[in-house]
Design a protein around this ligand. Structure first.
Ligand SMILES: Cc1cc2nc3c(=O)[nH]c(=O)nc-3n(C[C@H](O)[C@H](O)[C@H](O)COP(=O)(O)OP(=O)(O)OC[C@H]3O[C@@H](n4cnc5c(N)ncnc54)[C@H](O)[C@@H]3O)c2cc1C
Length: 397
């Protein structure tokens, strides 16, 4: 059996690896000439690291990753601590796998190293998937390298081509199915650890909440740098999907203004960022079906979501494992395998999408609602707060 995977992001690479382990030959077609994971840090929750362990990637990753000791939630206005949840060994015991923070490039390298040891996988960089035609016993994929058209064939095609998926466009054939702009923008920076106060260097994931904005930061790469994501509502910064890119530089004065009424520790921290990059946030609507015949979707192509639960990559990794299981269970009936895969994944991914949106609303509350949120967080205590994540992190399906 031969699978063609469009896209070599976290979703595509994990899918290729999982399918190869299930016995498939795989060709990965990646538009970019050089693989480079955009952005910086990514939190990998236990539902993802459990799968990476099964694929033999986790042990490599541990060399580069940091295991945060805790997640702290604070009020941006005055720094009041609302909650502190222990991660590290207690969380690993609870969920059966570690929580890690890792540089995206290191995760990509870990996946690529594992792929390099799989003789059945080949990766064609600089190859853009333009379309496909479905046949009874195969799928033909039309791709472009520069001006040249190239055709590939496989028993199945997996669209792992991200938010603006060309495969999804052809699969859904619905002009109204476009990325949905959230009106929020993520501002990202990497700050040398030496430039921030020791509190900000601790191996902790920090979440600060404020009116219409929140801030997340954690150290990366032996705590040499601090990964920062500031997300705020900003109608002015809405961009068309075509412009959504990590390469857009952000004006530090804008982020400085947004956080000007936050406590001094946050203001100093933000001011230490050498540069900001912006990423407008989009999601995709929930699809009733992820597959048609021999073609299916994984990752952002299937269920791009807002990043407030830090689950986009984790869900892509879950997709990869579920797809490989379904194909292994029905290798001689690919359409049925893909149908079963969509069935297994659709409701859960939709729930994570919904919950991520809700989390964003909750993070950005103001006035009495924010007060109620803060009181409830403090009242609940760490144990009950942490139990709220069981449905995501303990999932072993
Ligand atoms: C601010 C922010 C923070 C986040 N933090 C987290 C986090 O902490 N934890 C987490 O789990 N998730 C997080 N996410 C989400 C996560 O980054 C994404 O969900 C994940 O990277 C999606 O992976 P993917 O492989 O599906 O898509 P992508 O990473 O978009 O990869 C798609 C690939 O397909 C290629 N491609 C596109 N079109 C074509 C084509 N036509 N032909 C061939 N190749 C093509 C692209 O070049 C790319 O390499 C965050 C997202 C944001 C915006």
């Amino acid at each position: 059996m031969h699978a063609v995977v469009a896209g070599a992001g976290i979703g595509g690479l994990t899918t290729a690896l999982a399918l190869a382990r299930a016995g498939a030959g795989v060709t990965i077609l990646e538009r970019a000439a050089v693989l480079a994971e955009a952005g910086a840090g990514v939190q990998l929750s236990p539902n993802a690291t459990r799968i990476l362990a099964g694929l033999g990637v986790l042990e490599r990753l541990r060399r580069f990753a940091l295991v945060p000791e805790a997640l702290t939630i604070r009020r941006g206005r005055d720094g009041l601590q609302l909650a502190r949840m222990r991660l590290g060994p207690p969380a690993e015991t609870r969920w059966g796998a570690p929580t890690l923070v890792v540089h995206r490039a290191d995760l990509q390298r870990g996946l690529l190293e594992a792929i390099a040891r799989e003789p059945g996988i080949s990766l064609e960089a600089g190859m853009e998937v333009a379309g496909y035609s479905a046949h009874v016993d195969s799928v033909k994929i039309g791709a472009r390298r520069g001006e040249a058209g190239v055709t590939f064939a496989g028993d199945l095609l997996v669209g792992a081509d991200g938010l603006h998926s060309a495969v999804r466009g052809r699969l859904c054939a619905d002009a109204s199915d476009a990325p949905i702009c959230s009106g929020r923008v993520a501002w990202r920076a990497l700050i040398p650890a030496a430039d921030v106060k020791p509190d900000f260097q601790a191996p902790v994931v920090n979440l600060w909440l404020g009116r219409d904005a929140h801030l997340v930061h954690y150290p990366l790469r032996d705590a040499a740098v601090i990964n920062v994501v500031a997300i705020f509502e900003d109608g002015e910064d809405e961009r068309e999907p075509a412009d959504a890119s990590w390469s857009a530089a952000g004006d530090p004065a804008v982020v400085g203004r947004k956080f000007s009424d936050w406590c001094g520790a946050v203001r100093d921290f933000i001011a230490a960022a050498p540069e900001w990059r912006t990423w407008p946030l989009f999601e995709r609507r929930v699809l009733a079906r992820w597959s048609n015949g021999r073609v299916t979707l994984v990752g952002d192509a299937a269920h791009a979501m807002l990043p407030f639960l830090a689950q986009g990559a984790a869900q892509a990794i879950e997709d990869a494992a579920a797809l490989a299981r379904a194909v292994a269970a029905a290798p001689h009936d690919i359409p049925r395998a893909l149908e079963a895969y969509g069935h297994a994944r659709c409701a859960r991914a939709a729930r994570v999408q919904r919950q991520s949106r809700r989390q964003g609303w909750m993070y950005h509350l103001a006035g009495p609602l924010a007060l109620a949120r803060d009181l409830s967080m403090r009242g609940l205590g760490a144990d009950r707060l942490i139990a709220r994540y069981d449905w995501i992190y303990a999932d072993k399906s």
